[in-house]
Design a protein around this ligand. Structure first.
Ligand code: AMP
Ligand code: MG
Length: 494
């Protein structure tokens, strides 16, 4: 009898683990160290839907055991993968899944989806770590994964979140949790760096072939498949980072081991969304040098792509080919950003001066430290007809004269393409979110969950799953952050 099948969950035969076929050099097979006394904190219907699982999949009697690392469904084949990487610009040597386990892969209508536990205990790659993840950081990863997914930004997803009373020592004693993450592949730049730096060219080639054949098959049809692989990653990474910049997302730890080969946002740690627009914002309290400052993210992504290119050189062989692939970033990133910025401004046509219009707007936001999300959202109500004023966006600025000067330019630009207020607002509301995971919202949910009440995590998840919708009952979640929000410090500790 296979009960998961009755519920629409995969049977033993439907669980596969293609990564395991790579061979022993790539991973270590081992079981999870289960969490004691687990409880469900939250599950994501959207993530379950993507897997083709029924909404009530988690109500199956053994589901909590499986997703707290205490049991396996038939067909699951847990393993921890090895990778290396550059951390804060310095070669860090061997890393790996120090607290994550790949359970296997599920076939979905849109292809294979890997299922991974995070916080599932020590592995051979744990180094000094305890293999655990605390409830605080797990709530942040769970909520942000699904918030980013709903925003339409490429990301790993989170299926469910389980908590346990197990004590875990960080700066203070906290409790353990486990997030189940989903992605077509969890391969990182660091996986390639590992096999290059450890002098294993055959394994490097195997990994590149694996990624091409299973995830980026179009590369195989190119004259130089490995150069095509690099160029594809360059383009996807440029697109991902452009989307981060457009929404005001700071990753916080853009080390090469935290960069996905598929251009997905991965490893949510000390991330943060901008409240007040400050290009020099550093969201990670541990990043004392400001390496991962918001405005440096596009440049850092390119630095990381250079590290990937270096790792792929034994396969690409031709330096000019690798440099040409990297060079695509110089147009792919600004092109992606301008496409997003035009949409955020509600522009349908392209004019050469649009980049200046965007720059001037961002300069205004930065000078007055205007709330990034509110400013973009309210701009949607700006009327073309000057007789009708400027709408609620103007109230956000201290320097009204500077705003008015910019608004006159924007108004002329809109008039030149005969922009219609109602249509433009509808289009802008589909790209300028009303609801983002502000730090203080996560903090409130964390404090309540730490006190045993998970209701706020689940409520916030539902709000963040519809970031572009007006939700009159949740207006408070779209408001300016309270004063205490400025004192929240998010570090690497997780
Ligand atoms: P991160 O900075 O979170 O991306 O982690 C960098 C490396 O440290 C990865 O190899 C992680 O698996 C590992 N790591 C982070 N925290 C822990 C932990 N508590 N226990 C074991 N390994 C960890
Ligand atoms: Mg990481």
């Amino acid at each position: 009898m296979n009960a998961p099948y009755e519920l629409g969950l995969p049977t033993a035969a439907q669980w596969i683990n293609r990564y395991a076929s790579l061979g022993e050099a790539f991973y270590t097979r081992l079981p999870a160290q289960g969490l004691p006394e687990p409880r469900w904190v939250a599950t994501s219907d959207a993530a379950a839907h993507g897997l083709g699982w029924p909404r009530d999949w988690w109500a199956r009697s053994d589901a909590l055991s499986v997703f707290s690392g205490n049991a396996l469904w038939p067909g699951m084949d847990p393993l921890a993968t090895v990778y290396s990487g550059h951390q804060f610009g310095v070669w860090a040597g061997q890393l790996g899944d120090g607290r994550a386990l790949l359970l296997g892969e599920v076939q979905t209508p849109s292809g294979g989806m890997e299922v991974q536990l995070k916080g599932s205990g020590r592995t051979p790659y744990s180094r000094m770590g305890d293999g655990r993840a605390v409830l605080r950081s797990s709530i942040r990863e769970f909520l942000c994964s699904q918030a980013m997914h709903a925003l339409g930004i490429p990301t790993t997803q989170a299926l469910c979140l389980v908590a346990s009373p197990l004590p875990v020592l960080r700066e203070s004693v906290e409790t353990a949790a486990m997030v189940t993450r989903l992605a077509p592949s969890f391969v990182r730049f660091g996986h390639f760096e590992h096999f290059c730096h450890h002098g294993q060219p055959q394994a490097l080639r195997r990994l590149a072939d694996f990624v091409i054949d299973h995830h980026l098959p179009e590369c195989r049809r190119q004259a130089h498949p490995y150069a095509a692989l690099l160029e594809t990653v360059v383009r996807r990474t440029a697109e991902m980072v452009a989307q981060w910049q457009a929404v005001g997302f700071c990753h916080g730890v853009m080390n090469t081991d935290n960069m996905s080969i598929l251009g997905l946002t991965i490893d949510y740690g000390p991330f943060g969304f901008l409240d007040a627009f400050d290009p020099a914002h550093v969201c990670n309290h541990s990043d004392t040098q400001g390496r991962y400052t918001y405005h440096r993210q596009p440049q850092i992504a390119l630095w990381n792509l250079h590290a990937l290119a270096q790792a792929l050189m034994p396969l690409i062989e031709d330096t000019d080919l690798a440099l040409a692939a990297l060079e695509t970033y110089r147009s792919a990133y600004p092109d992606a950003l301008m496409r997003l910025m035009r949409a955020k401004l509600g522009l349908r046509t392209r004019e050469d001066s649009d980049a200046e219009l965007v720059d001037a707007w961002l300069t205004l936001l930065a000078r007055d430290r205007v709330d990034h999300t509110l400013a973009w959202r309210r701009l949607g109500q700006f009327p073309v007809d000057a007789a009708r004023g400027a709408g609620p966006v103007r109230d956000l600025f201290i320097d009204r004269a500077a705003f008015d000067a910019w608004a006159a330019r924007y108004r002329q630009r809109l008039a030149r393409e005969s922009s219609h207020d109602g249509e433009r607002r509808a289009a802008m509301d589909r790209v300028n979110p009303k609801y983002i995971l502000r730090n203080h919202l996560a903090e409130i949910a964390i404090r309540q969950a730490q006190a045993g009440d998970d209701g706020e995590v689940r409520r916030l998840l539902r709000v963040l799953e519809r970031p572009y919708d007006e939700q009159p009952e949740n207006e408070a979640d779209a408001a300016l952050p309270p004063d205490w929000a400025h004192s929240i410090e998010v570090s690497c500790s997780s």
